[in-house]
Design a binder for this molecule. Structure first.
Ligand SMILES: Cc1cc2nc3c(=O)[nH]c(=O)nc-3n(C[C@H](O)[C@H](O)[C@H](O)COP(=O)(O)OP(=O)(O)OC[C@H]3O[C@@H](n4cnc5c(N)ncnc54)[C@H](O)[C@@H]3O)c2cc1C
Length: 506
């Protein structure tokens, strides 16, 4: 009985548990795993089944526009369905598994940038990052990554302004290793007698107690028409960075006390263009003709080297966080690598044939109030839920940060005669060629001050005693990392808090 199909339950079943997790993605599963066998009952309410089903996936459909000053608007309607996965395991079924913690500057309040600073520091997060790495079966990020591990692959010249920030890959993804991912999402449920997963159980309304300060119960609907109710002592909303907002807005605007619910949505500013040797290319060349170090090689990307701007560098250049990622296909006959070789012949750095690396640049998307999620009240899905509209807006400051960061790295390489950057993109063309991240960050932002946040420092919605949020919608800034490792670290922290609250030993 660990997995239950909610469509087969009698109409108006009352689901009860101590802890109710809404959504069954990586965030929810990470919490549930901490509660296996602890003597409290846990229910996961998941919209989908165990496999992709296009009728369920279509519940994610909505509309969207991407905007940036000086650029024509870009229609992103299809993004709402294509950038996430609505079945048990969530986007964990399809993610790339790339992991890295947010770095110190991501958590810091930076007085040259608006709305930065988390109510928790990077140092306080370290134990939770360790646990997140263990859960994802990757090495911990507690080693000195700046050391050059291989003399045959020299490090990029890194000064005080730039540092290495390598990523590692987890195999716990439905795309990478389906059997391993199945074991990850299923085995603990089968083994624990206190965890039940309700599949095909869509939460469509969070109903508040009449005192307005706590959740009373949840409305649960199935696509075959069945309706149920779920009731718990504490509730964690973990339906992903967009759907968390949609459900709160559709439930009367829970958490919108300071008009921030849905605002400050962030992806990243990400560009990498590898067309051909004569066309648009972002490219970084390094002077000594050898592969670079400070890389990870997990059999996925032969060269995968990430250089980030540190806190001091950001202050000096008046920028936000920024990374350059060098990627190689490892396949010398691929179009990308042939293009690299063709260009390499044209450049000459310090007299040596430079090694050319296709690269992509990622700059932080800063929180701004106009980048937001709203509901489309006249467009409802088959469950009666209003569909969502995404205004993904970059500010002029975001574009400045990207261009200044690229220039600063190029200057640093050039000053040492060790490399150069090719960046042939005009500002007014930026939007049309950028790669869209699938990172849905910030629209239920965290702050200890209710005026500046939807959730408090424990991920609890301000003013609501028993409703918490898990996932990257609580991140106050987007930082410069793929978010999932940090999502999981934050859920470890949340799980400990909930256990203390419910008298469970941690
Ligand atoms: C193609 C792709 C590649 C990616 N690669 C990377 C990567 O390499 N590194 C990285 O860090 N991140 C990556 N990401 C992002 C990463 O997958 C997400 O950050 C992460 O999976 C989010 O987990 P989550 O549990 O917060 O949300 P989700 O994964 O969105 O899970 C939410 C769950 O809630 C369910 N649900 C939704 N609405 C309801 C409802 N009303 N009632 C009940 N259940 C509901 C959904 O079915 C889903 O199972 C990638 C994403 C994609 C799409």
């Amino acid at each position: 009985m660990a997995f239950i199909d909610a469509r087969t339950l009698p109409e108006a079943t009352e689901i009860e548990a101590d802890l109710i997790l809404i959504g069954g993605g990586m965030a929810s599963i990470s919490i549930a795993k901490q509660w296996a066998g602890v003597g409290k009952s846990v229910a996961i309410l998941e919209s989908g089944g165990r496999e992709r089903d296009m009728e369920v996936q279509a519940l994610y459909a909505g509309g969207g526009t991407m905007r940036a000053p000086g650029n024509p608007d870009r229609n992103i309607d299809s993004y709402l369905v294509q950038s996430r996965a609505r079945w048990y395991g969530g986007s964990g079924n399809v993610w790339g598994g790339k992991c890295v913690p947010l770095d110190e500057s991501d958590f810091a309040e930076r007085d040259w940038l608006e709305r930065t600073g988390w109510p928790v520091t990077r140092a306080e997060m370290q134990p939770y990052f360790n646990r997140a790495c263990d859960l994802l079966q990757i090495p911990r990020f507690d080693r000195d990554w700046d050391r050059n591990p291989d003399p045959e692959r020299p490090a990029l010249p890194i000064n005080d302004n730039f540092h290495a920030s390598p990523r590692v890959f987890s195999a716990l993804s439905g795309e990478v290793d389906g059997a391993k991912f199945d074991a990850f999402r299923n085995d603990f449920v089968e083994a624990a007698d206190n965890i039940r997963v309700y599949l095909h159980a869509n939460v469509t309304n969070i109903r508040m107690h009449r005192n307005g300060r706590q959740v009373s119960d949840l409305e649960v609907r199935c696509l075959n028409g069945r309706r149920h109710t779920a009731r718990g002592r504490a509730y964690v909303l973990a339906t992903g960075g967009i759907e968390n907002v949609r459900l709160l807005l559709a439930s009367g605007g829970i958490g919108n006390h300071s008009d921030l619910l849905g605002r400050c949505f962030m992806g990243h500013v990400t560009f990498g263009v590898y067309e051909n040797a004569e066309g648009l290319n972002t490219m970084l060349s390094v002077g000594d003709g050898r592969d670079m170090s400070l890389y990870v090689d997990a059999g996925r990307d032969k060269v995968h080297c990430v250089v980030a701007t540190g806190l001091e560098g950001q202050r000096r250049f008046n920028t936000a966080n920024f990374t350059t990622t060098l990627v190689g296909t490892g396949n010398p006959t691929s179009a990308e690598d042939r293009a690299v070789l063709a260009l390499a012949a044209k450049l000459d750095v310090n007299g040596a044939a430079p090694k050319q690396h296709p690269c992509f640049f990622m700059s932080e998307h800063l929180p701004n109030l106009d980048s937001r999620l709203t509901l489309l009240p006249d467009h409802v899905d088959p469950l009666g839920m209003p569909r969502v509209y995404l205004d993904w807006s970059y500010s002029a400051r975001d574009l400045d940060n990207l261009e200044r960061s690229i220039a600063a790295l190029g200057d640093a390489l050039g000053a040492e005669g060790k490399g150069r950057i090719r960046w042939p993109v005009a500002r007014e063309n930026l939007l049309s060629i950028l790669n869209m991240s699938r990172h849905h960050i910030g629209a239920t932002r965290m702050s200890a001050d209710p005026e500046h946040g939807v959730v408090d420092e424990h991920s609890r919605i301000h003013g609501v005693r028993n409703l918490y949020i898990a996932g990257c919608s609580v991140f106050p800034t987007s930082g410069i990392a793929n978010p999932t490792l940090t999502i999981i670290a934050m859920t470890m922290r949340l799980s400990d808090h909930l256990k203390r609250d419910m008298g469970v030993r941690t």
